[in-house]
Design a protein around this ligand. Structure first.
Ligand code: PSV
Ligand code: MN
Length: 400
């Protein structure tokens, strides 16, 4: 394939690609063993939006920010418009709204899977409120992740809980307009360690189908067992027209929240290959929301987001230059070597010069990470935020 055709394909794919950043990816986060505070981390929703705005300014493809209802909107609906206006001031908008159905003490034994009907009702109310919140901030997407599950065999009625999930999700879906969506996320472990109510894509698909026409499945790349074939799940969901979006991150062991593509870049390529091969074959563009879900404990958060977005762009570029005609012919003839070489050729192509060119054509820095490091943004952020960050707790030690 001539390189100007590569350039055209890559440029068109990058023009279309948007990646949503998570508000929580800019704040200090930790592990069960404590937090290492970054003095430059965002301490308020204003600062989170400012950092996200900076990433968008440098990358040009991150126009929206995912929010968590309880973390970012402590006053609920009050103040929602104000927060939307801060996003706008920073050149971004509020994207998916994630109801926060964990953390609160009442959710100790679950939210919509809780045996206590009052807790289930409160969780449902919180989801209704999140629908209203999304509308107030101009978002059309609700992302639902449930920490519900159990830790010991026999302690939860799995079938009953499935029915409670079905009915609550149906009720939320029936509140949505036809252009609004609800994405159902699955995860097989953590915080529950024996059973999770929505453990895998099959369960998420079943619930989404039963919930209503606005529901789709969300694939968080970190929410799988080691060595699971994620691209096959993606291909099946595409075929069923039920793939709603992604939460990107990478993992070595569990839900490690590492930078996407940092551990297994070929897996990310295989995922995007399934999407772009499907787009080519069906001549259609499914509505897929690409979102990042990462919390960096050691890397600087903004720099990690810049790396993440670059990696996604590079991987999309490699997926889009796969020679689909050649691949389809090879698959038809069961020419395994030839088919595999189609993927290997594309994957081995250095697409970075094409991406740099695309950036320059769009008035963006060719090397956003270096531009950011030289900009003085972090030095200014440290002056502004260091004191507030130092005051925040980093340990679980009890105070006397
Ligand atoms: C849970 O592990 C998850 O992937 C969900 O998407 C949450 O909303 C997010 O992480 C932040 O905790
Ligand atoms: Mn997630």
């Amino acid at each position: 394939m001539p390189s100007d055709l590569f350039g055209e394909k890559v440029s068109k794919a990058l023009d279309e690609l948007t990646i949503e950043l998570p508000s929580w990816g800019f704040a200090n986060t930790g592990t069960r063993f404590g937090k290492f505070i970054q003095l430059t981390a965002a301490t308020t929703i204003e600062e989170k939006l400012m950092d996200a705005g900076e990433v968008h300014r440098l990358m040009g493809c991150c126009p929206s920010v995912a929010v968590h209802a309880a973390w970012d909107f402590p006053d609920g609906l009050r103040g929602a418009e104000f927060i939307a206006s801060i996003a706008e001031k920073n050149g971004v908008r509020i994207g998916s709204v994630n109801p926060t159905l964990f953390e609160d003490q009442m959710y100790k034994y679950g939210s919509i899977g809780n045996p206590d009907p009052d807790v289930r009702a409160a969780a449902l109310d919180h989801m209704y409120e999140s629908v209203d919140l999304a509308r107030r901030v101009g978002s059309r997407e609700l992302v639902l992740w449930f920490a519900d599950g159990s830790n010991y065999p026999g302690t939860a009625n799995i079938r009953r809980r499935k029915e409670w999930f079905e009915s609550s999700l149906q009720q939320v879906c029936s509140r949505l307009n036809s252009d609004e969506r609800m994405l159902v996320e699955y995860k097989p472990f953590e915080p529950a360690f024996y059973h999770t109510d929505i453990a895998d894509w099959g369960m998420a698909l079943t619930l989404a189908r039963k919930a209503g026409p606005q529901a789709r499945v969300l694939v968080d790349t970190g929410h799988h067992y080691p060595s699971q074939n994620i691209e096959q799940i993606v291909a099946w969901l595409l075929s069923e027209e039920m793939l709603g979006g992604f939460h990107f991150n990478d993992r070595r062991y569990a839900d490690d929240d590492l930078t996407v593509g940092s551990i297994d870049p070929y897996q990310l390529f295989r995922i995007f290959h399934e999407i772009y091969f499907c787009r080519w074959e069906t001549a259609s563009t499914p509505r897929i929301s690409y979102m990042v879900d990462q919390s960096h404990n050691l890397k600087n958060k903004i720099e990690a987001m810049l790396q993440t977005v670059s990696t996604v762009q590079e991987t999309v570029a490699k997926a889009v230059i796969v020679d689909h005609e050649r691949l389809a012919r090879a698959q038809e003839k069961c020419d395994i070597i030839e088919a595999e070489e189609c993927l290997r050729d594309a994957y081995a192509t250095d697409v970075r010069p094409l991406i740099r060119e695309w950036r320059q054509n769009h008035g963006l820095p060719g090397d956003p990470l270096t531009t950011f490091r030289e900009s003085g943004y972090l030095e200014a952020a440290e002056l502004e935020r260091a004191e507030k960050n130092r005051e925040s707790t980093s340990s679980y030690v009890s105070k006397t």
